[in-house]
Write a protein that binds this ligand. Structure first.
Ligand code: GLN
Length: 484
């Protein structure tokens, strides 16, 4: 059962081969057994079993959706009524939201069971899951390495079969990079496709929720349910959610893949390049055409992202003042001192660094030099992608320049850490849909991911190509040793 796809699980549930309660107990048991990975901040045993019981009744009444009764995990950035939502921070370590995030509600309405809340970098700031107040997550493929971040708990949980699927959020790569490091499939939808209501804000013009799964088919099913127009999020797009599974009919001979020359340079680990080139050869054999495309402003993605994201974060995080909610210092002199102490105690190093950078970039003396300049660069990056998509249907390249690095390996070097996002952050700046799929392993047995990038509001082609690739190859079915 632990290797079943979501569709296979749904079939087994309907055929009464297993009940949702049994399935939920199976995964709760695995979560406890492999607790050393530190993938969960909160395990939701009691409520999960109630939800599973309700799902079994719904299945018996023949009112099930394709996801009814399937246990999943939510990244701890999504508000969940009645259980903790910490966002990986001391600031919110005792916060219980009075409402569900829209994506949590959508998945719950479909009948999924919430196993718990997964570990993450504090306020989703990081690429290694090491900035979490609740300690780092270990990568199940090699527990001396990081799982990636910030959705590291979700990716590691799916890889170790502690949950059949999980939610994540991606501001500059936080679904795709951990998916690549953990050998699973991760999809960041177009900006506006999925509601941000109830997802704790990091950088509002970049944040987007999406699924982390073991296959493209499962990702399509999850996205289908997560996506909806939501009047509660003013940036949510009022466009019908297509049936992504219906888009799986298009043959690869109808597809042209764009290969950006800037994505295949000496900066990328040779083993990563080799695996991605191998995957492209497979897609060509399956009938796809390729064309070289130019993304001349690619190298501006990181500097641009690391001005805009901290600027928006500094504004978003100003709400954590120890008054309305969040950690409050126990001793202080006056109001200003209470704010200062509560924020100093509640936020970790990386979050403080982002707030400082962002506040500086937005200050009246430097606004034009940094923030305004970054907005102009963002426009150039958007234009580069638009021009590339005149020549191709989707763009392919590596998800990350390296495979998973050692725990602690980059923790003291923020710039080296930021460079992990070199192939992912630009996609958020442009608001495009993109996913990472497993395409091999390095010599040390660490997974390698390939990124597929689609045009705005069109995840159909990347899902289809990823699905067809996964029918031809078996990288996505591999499982780390010791988690049987
Ligand atoms: N690693 C990037 C950062 O630290 C991206 C994080 C994310 O996508 N949430 O900002």
């Amino acid at each position: 059962m632990i290797n079943h796809s979501l569709t296979e699980l749904a079939t087994a549930l309907r055929a009464k081969e297993i009940s949702s309660v049994e399935l939920t107990l199976l995964f709760l048991d695995r979560i406890a057994r492999f607790g050393d990975l530190n993938t969960f901040i909160t395990v939701n045993e009691e409520m999960a079993l109630e939800q599973a019981k309700a799902a079994d009744e719904r299945i018996a009444a023949k009112e099930a959706t394709p996801l009814t009764g399937i246990p999943i995990a939510h990244k701890d950035i999504f508000c969940t009524k009645d259980i903790l939502t910490t966002c990986g921070s001391k600031m919110l370590s005792n916060f219980v939201s009075p409402y569900n995030a829209t994506i949590v509600a959508n998945l719950a309405n479909a009948g999924t069971v919430t196993l718990g809340k997964t570990n993450m970098d504090e306020f989703a700031m990081g690429s290694s899951n090491e900035t979490s107040y609740f300690g780092p997550v270990k990568n199940p493929w090699d527990t001396t390495t990081v799982p990636g971040g910030s959705s590291g708990g979700s990716a590691a949980a799916v890889a170790a079969r502690l949950a059949p699927a999980a939610t994540g959020s991606d501001t500059g790569g936080s679904i795709r990079q951990p998916a690549a490091f953990c050998g699973v499939t991760g999809l960041k939808p177009s900006y506006g496709r999925v509601s941000r209501y109830g997802m704790i804000a990091f950088a509002s013009s970049l944040d987007q929720a999406g699924p982390i799964t073991r296959s493209a088919e499962d990702a399509a099913l999850m996205l289908q349910t997560m996506a909806s127009f939501d009047p509660k999020d003013s940036t949510s797009v009022d466009k019908v959610v297509p049936n992504y599974l219906d888009e799986f009919h298009k043959d690869l001979s109808e597809m042209t893949l764009g290969i950006p020359k800037q994505y295949f340079t000496d900066g990328v680990d040779k083993e990563v390049t080799k695996a991605v080139e191998g995957a492209i050869r497979t897609l060509k054999k399956m009938g796809a055409d390729t064309v070289e495309v130019d993304l001349p402003n690619s190298d501006l993605g990181i500097p641009c992202y690391y001005v805009i994201a901290p600027a928006e974060a500094s504004s978003n995080l100003s709400r954590f003042d120890g008054v309305r909610y969040g950690h409050r210092a126990s001793e202080y002199d006056d109001l200003a001192d209470m704010y200062a102490k509560s924020r100093s105690e509640g936020f970790g190093e990386e979050v403080k660094r982002r707030i400082m950078i962002g506040t500086y970039a937005l200050s009246s003396g430097y606004y034009d030099a940094y923030y305004n300049k970054a907005l102009k660069l963002r426009r150039l990056i958007v234009n580069d992608f638009a021009e590339a998509f005149e020549q191709c249907d989707l763009i392919v390249g590596p998800t990350t320049p390296t495979t998973a690095f050692e725990l602690g390996g980059k923790a003291d070097d923020p710039v080296a850490m930021y460079l992990n996002d070199i192939y992912t952050a630009s996609i958020n700046l442009a608001g495009l849909p993109a996913m990472s799929v497993p395409v091999g392993f390095d010599k040390g047995g660490r997974p390698i991911g390939m990124q597929l990038i689609g045009p705005y509001m069109d995840a159909g082609d990347i899902l289809n190509v990823a699905h067809r690739f996964q029918r031809e190859t078996d990288w996505h079915t591999k499982m780390p040793e010791g988690y049987e």
